[in-house]
Ligand binder design. Structure first.
Ligand code: NAD
Length: 365
C-alpha cells in the first residue's frame, strides 16, 4: 500500500464529554491509518478547564504553537461549572477565543442538517424540516464583537453609555463571501444577510458582495436578517448557503441548529485564509458544549464530533471521498436504528458513546 505524507491532527478533547466524543474520532483516525492509504498523525493536548487545572491557563503557548503547525485542530468542548468562579481571562472558553483569533479563523461553517431518520426530534412539523440541508457561513473575527470604539463610558449628564461598533472592511466582507461562494458553487444559491434598511455598514457589505458576484458564477440574493429568522421557522428548506456577519450569524446558526432537534448531531468548521500552498488553518468542533450533566457516563452522542472530523477531511485535506464515506457510515447506522440516549425514540436500539463509534467504523469497512 502506498502511503502519502503524514498529516497531523491536533486533538484537544477539552472538558466534560469532550474526551469521550473525541475518543471516537481517535478510533476513526486509527481505522483510516490501518485500512486506507492514509497516514494521519495524532497529537493530543490540553485545552479549557483541564489545562487551567494543570497549568493555570486555558491554553499554554506550547499547545497554541502546535495548533499553528498542524493540519487541523479537532476540539471537543470546553467549560463547565467547576470553572465558574475562575477569573474572566482564565476561563476555559478563552482557549477557544484565542485559537479562533490567533489562527485568524474568520469563516465559521455551521451545517444544519435534518437527518430523515430523526425528523421527529425536531419541534417543527416533519414536512417542514425533513431533508433540510443548510450551510450557514458566519463571519467570525470582525463586526460588532470586535469593533472599536467599545466599552462603557461616562457622559456629560452623569449617565454612562455602553458602546459596541459594527464595522467591516471590504476585504473582510469579500473573504468570507468567497468562502460561501466556493461552497455555493456546488449548485447552490447563496444568500447574504444584512440589515440594509437600517445600517450603513450593511449597505456597504451588500455593495462589496454584489461587486464580487460579477466575477463569480453564483446566484446571490439578499434578505434582511430579521426576515431570515422568521423564514427559518416558516420554510427553512428555501435556504441553501447563507452568509452573514458575526452577530446575526451567531443567532441564526443557533436557531437553525435547533430545527434539527439534537445538539449531539451537528458539526462545525472554522476556517482561515488559504496560504501560498493552498493550505488553510482550521479548527473543527461539534456545536454542543461540554454537557457536564452527562459527562463520564458513556452516553454522549459522538456523531457531531465525528461529522466535524468528516468536515476536516473535506475542507482541510480535500479528501472528499473519505468524508463522504464517513458521512454515509453515520447515515447507515441511523438507518439501522442505533441511537444514543439523546436521540432515542420508541423501537430504536440504545447504544453507548463507544458502541456508536464502533458501529460507524463497522460501516466504513
Ligand atoms: P451543552 O451543549 O453542553 O448541553 C446542553 C444539553 O444538551 C445538555 O442537556 C447536554 O446533556 C445535552 N448534550 C450536549 N451535547 C450532547 C451530546 N453530544 N450527546 C448527548 N447530549 C448532549 O450546553 P450547556 O449546558 O449550556 O453548556 C455546558 C458547558 O459547555 C458550559 O460551561 C458552556 O460554557 C460550555 N460550552 C462550550 C462550548 C464549546 O466548547 N464550543 C459550546 C457551548 C457551551
Amino acid at each position: 500500500m502506498i502511503k502519502v505524507k503524514k498529516r497531523k491532527f491536533l486533538l484537544l478533547p477539552g472538558d466534560g464529554i469532550g474526551p469521550e466524543v473525541v475518543g471516537e474520532v481517535k478510533k476513526i483516525i486509527k481505522w483510516f491509518n490501518k485500512n486506507k492509504s492514509l497516514d494521519f498523525e495524532i497529537d493530543e493536548d490540553l485545552a479549557g478547564g483541564v489545562s487551567y487545572d494543570k497549568h493555570a491557563t486555558p491554553i499554554t503557548d506550547e499547545v497554541f504553537y502546535k495548533a499553528l503547525e498542524c493540519e487541523a485542530v479537532i476540539l471537543g468542548a470546553v467549560g463547565g461549572p467547576k470553572w465558574d468562579d475562575v477569573e474572566f481571562s482564565k476561563k476555559p472558553e478563552r482557549a477557544l477565543l484565542k485559537l479562533r483569533k490567533e489562527l485568524k479563523l474568520f469563516a465559521n461553517l455551521r451545517p444544519a442538517i435534518c437527518f430523515k431518520q430523526l425528523v421527529d426530534a425536531s419541534t417543527l412539523k416533519p414536512e417542514i424540516v425533513s431533508g433540510l440541508d443548510i450551510m450557514i457561513v458566519r463571519e467570525l473575527t470582525g463586526g460588532i464583537y470586535f469593533g472599536e470604539p467599545r466599552g462603557i463610558k461616562p457622559i456629560d449628564n452623569g449617565e454612562r453609555k455602553g458602546i459596541n461598533t459594527h464595522v467591516y472592511t471590504t476585504s473582510e466582507i469579500q473573504r468570507v463571501a468567497r468562502v460561501a461562494f466556493d461552497l455555493a458553487k456546488k449548485d447552490k444559491i447563496m444568500l447574504l444577510l444584512v440589515k440594509i434598511n437600517v445600517m450603513e455598514a450593511a449597505c456597504f457589505g451588500k455593495r462589496s458582495s454584489d461587486y464580487m458576484i460579477r466575477i463569480q458564477d453564483v446566484e446571490l440574493n439578499h434578505m434582511l436578517a430579521d426576515n431570515c429568522a422568521m423564514q427559518l421557522l416558516r420554510n427553512p428548506k428555501q435556504f441553501d448557503v447563507i452568509v452573514t456577519d458575526n452577530l446575526f450569524g451567531d443567532m441564526l446558526s443557533d436557531q437553525a441548529s435547533m430545527l434539527t432537534g439534537s445538539l449531539g448531531l451537528l458539526p462545525s468548521a472554522s476556517l482561515g485564509a488559504k496560504n501560498k500552498e493552498g493550505k488553510i488553518r482550521a479548527m473543527y468542533e461539534p456545536i454542543h458544549g461540554s454537557a457536564p450533566d452527562i459527562a463520564g457516563k458513556g452516553i454522549a452522542n459522538p456523531i457531531a464530533t465525528i461529522l466535524s472530523f468528516a468536515m476536516a477531511l473535506r475542507y482541510s485535506l480535500n479528501l472528499d471521498k473519505e468524508a463522504d464515506a464517513l458521512e454515509k457510515a453515520v447515515q447507515s447506522v441511523l438507518d439501522e436504528g442505533l441511537r444514543t440516549k439523546d436521540i432515542l425514540s420508541k423501537g430504536m436500539k440504545e447504544v453507548s458513546t463507544s458502541e456508536m463509534g464502533d458501529a460507524i467504523i463497522s460501516k466504513l469497512q
